[in-house]
Design a protein around this ligand. Structure first.
Ligand SMILES: [Zn+2]
Length: 103
């Protein structure tokens, strides 16, 4: 059984009045909070333990961005920024790839 890549939610995640989860994460790119609400608890538990299928099948009602947060905690806007043409161009710039040297 292969476990899906599922980010570890923060302890501030909650079970809401309707019994669904609001899962909160720390975005690894900007370190601010990201969250997804209305997540079915049983489905989420089964998914993260690899019992059910891919995230798109288990959570068809969530947006692509919300599913990405469940997997990585990364905000959709942060993905866009990190993989924008400008960012990729910078990555291909030789100067940007020099190792850090404090001297
Ligand atoms: Zn972010």
């Amino acid at each position: 059984m292969k476990l899906p890549f599922a980010a570890l939610p923060l302890e501030t995640s909650t079970i809401d009045a309707d019994g669904t989860l609001t899962l909160r994460y720390e975005c690894p790119l900007c370190h601010r909070e990201s969250s997804v609400s209305g997540v079915d608890r049983d489905r989420w538990q089964a998914w993260r333990h690899g019992i059910t299928g891919p995230v798109t099948e288990v959570f068809p009602h969530l947006t692509d961005g919300e599913r990405e947060i469940l997997k990585t905690g990364v905000h959709p806007a942060c993905w866009d920024l990190a993989f924008s043409e400008e960012a990729l161009a910078e990555f291909q710039d030789d100067d940007a790839l020099q190792p850090y040297n404090p001297e």
